[in-house]
Design a protein around this ligand. Structure first.
Ligand code: TNX
Length: 723
């Protein structure tokens, strides 16, 4: 209400609407008058703030920087040590703009708010001067000291320029931590000078690399890594933008990459490679092998010296402890310590690393599993990802906790049911991220005292940067969800989604466009009634459509101008566009309707006893074969009766987990039940068949040597009826 009144006051006084600030400042008051900035406006500051003055000047293209503090027609940057480090005051007065911060971070935050008072073109460094800004006074402080984003550069390589671009996008939103996931099964991305093989070999997969490829691009060598020199530059680049880089190497699981480069770090048991056609999928470090700790010390030594962050993230998630129970050395260690639960070995392993870090003046950061038993050192910071309960459990034990449960903060999750992305945590959009509520999730006041802040995550095993045709997937998945995260972490969500969404549509989408972000618009609403298709958006975007089911609506498709009369609503697909933003493709319900004709599934790969094929129809993604797929393997779908339909969507595996699909193969169709004809090649394990005649059977024939995990997931067919 207070905000509404002051916003109303501002409009009334100045006669023009106030741009929505994102994140919303703590307090914000309009005052009469205005201030004009032109090419002669000086930027004044004390000497220590020169780098920030230079930063500001690059965006504004204004006049010189001066270290005298008394000028008129000036933007004056200053420090006030009585304020908290990230706190700032921003005052726009006639003839003078003052930005005062408790520390450099505070001044930087003030500059970001000031940018939002200017035309969006400021982000493209094309602010049209002169520009007039209404007078106001803002006093602002962050809700949380930790406002983070995690980027998985291990699965998908992002070069230093791509990371810099991303750092800028975070900094515009007052995000102050960038957690870099630098190692995983598919890649090792940070140079270790004493062990060059970790990146020279482990930085690349496919081709002649011992690291397996993904998506069946066997011949293509893919990857990259940061030299320490490049990383130092990134650290400095981020620091100038008030962002701390927190490095993660994921231990002791998620380590198949380093285990392929240095196979001796694995447990000493004969690998069970039969089911994976010779591919050794063990991915955890052996806990009992003393040389492993020496190697890890050498690695951590370099990371501690390279990264100024007080924390080194050492992973700890999703460890397959069965590897340890099969290892005679690990079993001996369990016996010697009287340990029955092999997961306790993870505690021992992580404790050794924590000691190594402590000796180098650093603290460990870990995923929530590593703190599950409560035995792990309280010096650690815990990143709660599995659920809100996992965050609460860590905070209740007294760990400093970063709250990032996947169901609200994993931006690799899909945003509506028919889009790309994971769905294991949830299917959600920015509205859900905005709505995360600590009290409703069960956090007590006592637990809140241990909450350092919030973080979003972009995991990239399903990111398609190695599909150059889709370079904008990262933006689409992160924006505007990241805007909602920023609002939550800096300010909170008390004003409600409607107000936040108005700000997105009214001001912030235009800023994202000027930043060059290919953001996601909310899906248009589609309805079909009495022979009329109606589509609506509330964000000022233009709706375009395709009237054949096989075409995607693009920016060049015809524009939707009003209700469409049709008896075939399923044919139409819509998408809205606004500048660099685009919505997902949407259609009337009829388009998605499926039928479930009786079908028998069989494969040459055998059936998993735990996940039988009968599950395929009811639990998507929960049926498996008994072993990995080889060249010539088949999956057969045989219908009880010939099926008349307009489309059959065939998906092998979980599309987002490339190791679970038939990596490469073809689809064959039979109309008589005995002879087959080729229909086409699988793409990401999937194929869409549009049969002209009734279908009796379909089969998938593998042309891949090995899919990289000991099973293939069997999916039900999605059959769309003729309408
Ligand atoms: C779980 S979150 C993982 C990642 C995956 C992610 C996909 C976490 C600590 N582990 O390895 O990339 O799910 O959403």
């Amino acid at each position: 209400m207070k905000f509404l009144l002051s916003a109303f006051f501002a409009v009334w006084i100045c006669g023009r609407p106030l741009a929505a600030l994102l994140p919303t400042p703590a307090s914000h008051r309009s005052v009469p008058g205005s201030c004009t900035i032109d090419r002669t406006t000086m930027i004044c500051c004390e000497r220590g703030l020169n780098p920030l003055a230079e930063y500001l000047r690059q965006y504004l293209n204004t006049g010189d920087i001066s270290n005298s503090l008394s000028s008129d027609n000036a933007i004056v940057l200053g420090l006030d040590p009585t304020l908290g480090a990230e706190v700032y005051r921003l005052e726009v007065l006639p003839g003078r703009i003052g930005i005062v911060g408790g520390g450099c971070g505070g001044v930087f935050n003030g500059i970001q708010t000031f940018f939002q008072l200017l035309p969006p073109a400021v982000y493209a460094r094309e602010c049209p001067l002169p520009v007039t800004v209404d007078c106001l006074r803002i006093e602002d402080a962050p809700r949380f000291a930790y406002r983070g984003m995690m980027l998985d550069v291990a699965r998908t390589w992002m070069d230093p320029d791509a990371v810099k671009r991303y750092i800028n996008l975070l900094s515009y939103h007052k995000i102050n931590k960038l957690h870099l996931h630098l190692s995983d099964d598919e890649g090792w991305r940070i140079q270790i000078v004493s062990h060059p093989e970790l990146t020279e070999i482990g930085g690349f997969r496919g081709g002649d690399s011992p690291i397996r490829p993904v998506y069946g691009k066997w011949d293509e060598k893919y990857g990259g890594f940061y030299t320490q020199e490049q990383m130092r530059e990134l650290i400095a680049y981020a620091a100038r933008r008030n962002i701390e880089i927190i490095p993660e190497i994921d231990l002791p699981g998620h380590s198949r990459n380093i285990a392929s480069v240095r196979p001796e770090i694995r447990c000493a048991y004969p690998p069970d490679t039969l089911s994976t056609n010779g591919y050794d999928y063990r991915s955890a470090w052996c806990v009992a092998r003393e040389e492993n700790y020496r190697l890890l010390t050498e690695i951590l030594d370099e990371l501690c010296a390279l990264f100024p962050s007080p924390y080194i993230h050492i992973g700890g998630d999703e460890v397959d402890a069965t590897q340890w129970t099969r290892c005679p050395d690990c079993r001996a260690r369990m016996a010697a310590r009287g340990i029955a639960d092999p997961r306790r070995l993870e505690d021992l392993f992580m404790k050794r690393l924590a000691d190594t870090l402590r000796a180098r003046g650093k603290r460990p950061a870990v995923w929530n599993e590593a703190a599950r038993t409560g035995d792990f050192t309280r010096e650690s910071r815990v990143y709660g990802w599995e659920s809100a309960e996992a965050c609460i459990a860590a905070a209740a034990k007294g760990y400093e906790t970063v709250v990032m449960p996947g169901a609200w903060f994993y931006f690799d999750m899909r945003q509506s049911p028919h889009e790309e992305g994971h769905d294991w945590a949830a299917v959600f959009d920015a509205r859900k991220t905005y709505g995360f509520d600590f009290a409703r999730s069960g956090f007590t006041d006592g637990q809140m005292r241990h909450v350092a802040g919030m973080q979003g995550a972009f995991w990239s095993e399903a990111y398609v940067s190695h599909e150059p045709e889709k370079p904008d997937y990262l933006d689409y998945m992160c924006f505007p969800r990241l805007c909602a995260l920023a609002e939550q972490a800096w300010h909170g969500n008390a004003e409600g989604w409607e107000r936040f969404y108005d700000g997105l549509c009214g001001s912030h989408y235009d800023r994202l466009q000027a930043m060059g972000v290919r953001y996601r618009l909310m899906p248009p609403a589609v309805s079909y009634e009495a022979g009329t298709l109606t589509v609506a958006t509330d964000d000022g975007s233009a709706i375009r459509y395709a009237d054949s089911e096989t075409d995607e609506p693009t920016e060049r498709s015809p524009r939707y101008e009003g209700p469409i009369r049709t008896q075939e609503p399923h044919r139409y697909r819509f998408r809205s566009f606004r500048g660099t933003g685009r919505s997902p493709v949407v259609a009337a319900r009829a388009h998605y309707r499926t039928i479930a004709p009786a079908v028998a599934i069989s494969t040459t790969m055998g059936e998993s006893a735990q996940f039988p094929y009968a599950n395929a129809a009811t639990y998507r993604g929960m049926s498996r074969t008994r072993r990995a797929c080889r060249m010539g393997d088949r999956i057969d779908y045989r219908f009880e009766k010939p099926v008349v339909c307009r489309e059959i969507f065939i998906q092998t595996g979980n599309r987002q987990l490339p190791k679970t699909i038939v990596t490469t193969g073809r689809v064959e169709v039979s109309y008589d039940g005995s002879t087959y004809e080729e229909a086409g090649a699988l793409e990401k394990g999937a194929f869409t068949l549009r049969p002209e005649r009734p279908v009796r059977a379909i089969r998938i024939v593998s042309t891949c040597r090995d899919n990289g995990t000991p099973y293939v997931t069997i999916q039900p067919l999605l059959v769309k009826p003729r309408l």
